[in-house]
Design a protein around this ligand. Sequence first.
Ligand SMILES: C[S@@+](CC[C@H](N)C(=O)[O-])C[C@H]1O[C@@H](n2cnc3c(N)ncnc32)[C@H](O)[C@@H]1O
Length: 277
Amino acid sequence: MICDYEKTMKETEIQKLLDAVHEKYGYDFRNYSRSHIKRRLNRELALSDYKSISELAEGILLDSKRFYEMLADLFVHTTSMFRDTDFYLSFRKNVVPVLRTYPSIRIWSAGCATGEEAYSIAIILKEEGLYDQARIYATDISNSVLRKAKDGIFPIGSMKEYTELYQKSGGREAFSDYYKAEHNFAMMDPSLKKNVVFSSHNLAIDEVFAEMNVILCRNVLIYFNNDLQTRAFRLFRDSLGIKGFLCLGSKEDVRFSSLSEDFEDFEERMKIYKRRY
Ligand SMILES: C[S@@+](CC[C@H](N)C(=O)[O-])C[C@H]1O[C@@H](n2cnc3c(N)ncnc32)[C@H](O)[C@@H]1O
């Protein structure tokens, strides 16, 4: 059972820890949602010998290996192919016909984790005959997940679930045609990576990716506080071409942000918006 240290954590101690981490390692968690940070620190304390946030701070500042182990836990990399099948059905049915009218297509998957989102979009574009004129930029703050995304090698055990999700998302082929099984792994077909650029990008500090037709930033903003969400929405507005699409996760919403006027609903239920101007 995990002990509950959350109630005894002092805001000043957390702030000090986050300031010190920013100063020493350059990672800025100061604008991440406090409840997310507290949950993660609680877990860290419960699974380690540290008795308090101050002890934990001292430990990770002296021992960078320890910090990088904790870092992997601070970012949540949970993802899947065709995560939220209704979203992908809607993307295929409603967004693809608009993309079809463009001579070239630029898509940004921001916070792509291990890349399943980018591969899912690549598969849809391939089946719709649009892949050759498309470029997908798949970015994340974490280099360790980006390496996995680039490799495109996933546990074979996930393929049964991914096949079901693919079919529910309107997939038309045999999902097994998109990967080669080798021992315990599935290697994604290299043709899916042909037009995908994987690179590091930090939504908290980095600049725009210009003239995108679609931005997917799904299940990332839930970990940000309001200020950081606002920064991200501004970045997305400025990175989208006029009437470009913004696709968020099911628990994320642009309508309550100060930039709500810059976006209009496209498929509100699926959290698909369009840049208004
Ligand atoms: C839960 S995953 C979402 C993956 C995928 N978009 C999906 O919906 O399945 C969240 C990802 O956001 C990334 N992330 C967190 N903070 C970020 C930041 N400031 N800039 C870019 N990516 C960030 C994490 O590293 C993680 O891989």
